[in-house]
Design a binder for this molecule. Structure first.
Ligand SMILES: [Zn+2]
Ligand SMILES: [Zn+2]
Length: 370
């Protein structure tokens, strides 16, 4: 009885706006003024950022704290994205992280690209686990948004549509500022569950399907650095390098300057690298153990040696930093030099490590046949 397993409301909603978008297209092209594109752009950014900064990093991952006024902005603007309440969204997303790539993952990419992208929405049976979102259930704003979600979503979108009609033809307002915006925000968010688990590089957690992809980051306000995100989900950043495009991070950081957000959680570089070194080492040593050539023996030895040196330097650094705290003035001067030297060493160790592991991973790729 397939029809009983289908979430008809979701299916009809998603199917109708796609059909309307295509069906109305021939009639609106003449009416699409620059104001229509501006309205589209503005609501796309507002709805998209509310999901990435709010639903995702604030609520699902608690990667920073926010003032109530910031939360309200997020909880209202997010209704432009039509992704149901922050509570439900975070519930499913926490399941995704806890059980990624398994059957318990609501949008597991292992069930196929289109399942992860959107098909899961139409058949998903949510067994709501209150313990998983106990913290959010204590937040009255989140609970309010969940209880009145439909009314809020209809209200906010009606106001936006009404405002848009003041500046453009009503049909253009409906098509560009509502339908096209919902379409764009939906598919960009969905790309994170589909494309960002398929197309890109796995730098931080090679065992996961999640990948880092700059193109996707561009489309999703920085969420495309998804491999890093799965490896270090508590970090409020997804793009951790200065050149990474992560407007969500910029927004949260900027808001912190005026006190709207606080306690932004970051994973320190050295800590990230330490996890990576130990993970890479296990993975590659395992892979090399299956090889019989001399090179693999040599490489295993090199990997172990480099990892040991790296770990020793990191331990020495944290020792020196701890000592620094209660040291006398003269001792501090000496320690400062030592800390600088250790940081330099660690940077060099890390570079050597990345070069060696990249080369090894390529030379002994899993599909490599002899
Ligand atoms: Zn996440
Ligand atoms: Zn994911």
């Amino acid at each position: 009885m397939l029809h009983r397993k289908i979430n008809w409301t979701t299916l009809v909603f998603v199917a109708s706006y796609h059909l309307l978008l295509v069906g109305l297209a021939p009639f609106v092209f003449g009416a699409l003024t620059w104001t229509a594109w501006l309205g589209f752009g503005f609501t796309f950014v507002a709805g998209g950022l509310a999901i990435t900064a709010g639903y995702h990093r604030l609520y699902a991952h608690r990667a920073y704290d926010a003032r109530p006024v910031f939360e309200w902005a997020v909880l209202l603007a997010s209704t432009l994205a039509f992704q149901w309440s922050a509570l439900v969204w975070s519930h499913d997303h926490r399941l995704h992280h806890n059980h990624v790539d398994t059957d318990k993952d609501p949008y597991s990419v292992k069930k196929g690209f289109w399942h992860a992208h959107m098909l899961w929405l139409f058949t998903y049976r949510r067994e709501f686990d209150t313990a998983l979102v106990a913290d959010l259930l204590r937040n009255p704003r989140v609970v309010f948004q969940d209880r009145y979600y439909l009314a809020l979503a209809v209200g906010v979108n009606a106001v936006v549509l009404g405002l848009a009609c003041l500046f453009m033809h009503p049909l253009a307002a409906l098509w560009a500022v509502v339908l096209l915006r919902i379409f764009a925000v939906h598919h960009c968010t969905w790309f994170i569950n589909s494309l960002a688990h398929v197309w890109g590089s796995r730098t931080y957690a090679r065992e996961l399907s999640a990948v880092d992809n700059a193109v996707l980051a561009f489309l999703t306000f920085g969420e495309g650095y998804h491999n890093y995100h799965h490896a270090f989900a508590a970090d409020y950043r997804n793009g951790v390098r200065w050149y990474h495009f992560d407007p969500t991070k910029w927004l949260v950081r900027t808001a912190s300057f005026i006190g709207l957000t606080s306690r932004l959680r970051v994973i320190q570089d050295v800590r990230v690298q330490k996890v990576l070194v130990s993970k890479d080492k296990d993975l590659l040593l395992n892979r090399l153990a299956a090889e019989v050539d001399e090179l693999s023996v040599d490489l295993s030895r090199k990997l172990e040696h480099l990892a040991d040196v790296f770990d020793a330097n990191v331990a020495a650094l944290s020792g020196a930093l701890a000592e620094f705290r209660d040291a006398s003035k003269e001792k501090r001067a000496l320690l400062r030099i030592e800390i600088r030297r250790l940081r330099r060493e660690i940077r060099a160790n890390w570079k050597a490590w990345v070069a060696l592991t990249r080369w090894t991973a390529r030379r002994y790729a899993p599909a490599h046949c002899h």
